[in-house]
Design a protein. Structure first.
Length: 89
C-alpha cells in the first residue's frame, strides 16, 4: 500500500477537511511509526480506532497490535480522544 508523505502542517491542513477512513488510517501509521512526527501510541490508537469505525479494513488489526504495547490507562485515553474527535466532527 502506498504511503503518504506529509509534514505537520500538511497533516493539520488535512484534518481541517472532512477526512475519510483511509486518511485517518494513514495518520495512525504516521503516529505509530514516528514518521514525520514523534511516535505516539495513544494518538495512533485514536486514529486507527476512527479509521476502523469509518470502514478501513486494516485499521482494527493495527489498533489491536499497538494496544498490546499500551497500558489500560493509555488505551482509555485514546478511546476518550476518539470519542471527543467524533463529537467535534
Amino acid at each position: 500500500m502506498a504511503r503518504l508523505e506529509m509534514g505537520g502542517a500538511e497533516m493539520a491542513s488535512m484534518m481541517e477537511m472532512q477526512p475519510n477512513a483511509d486518511s485517518l488510517f494513514e495518520l495512525g501509521i504516521v503516529y505509530a511509526t514516528g514518521r514525520e512526527v514523534e511516535a505516539d501510541l495513544v494518538a495512533a490508537h485514536k486514529w486507527f480506532n476512527l479509521a476502523a469505525v469509518g470502514g478501513n479494513p486494516e485499521a482494527a488489526y493495527h489498533r489491536q497490535q499497538i494496544a498490546c504495547e499500551m497500558s489500560d490507562t493509555d488505551i482509555a485515553e485514546a478511546q476518550r480522544a476518539a470519542r471527543e474527535w467524533l463529537r467535534k466532527h
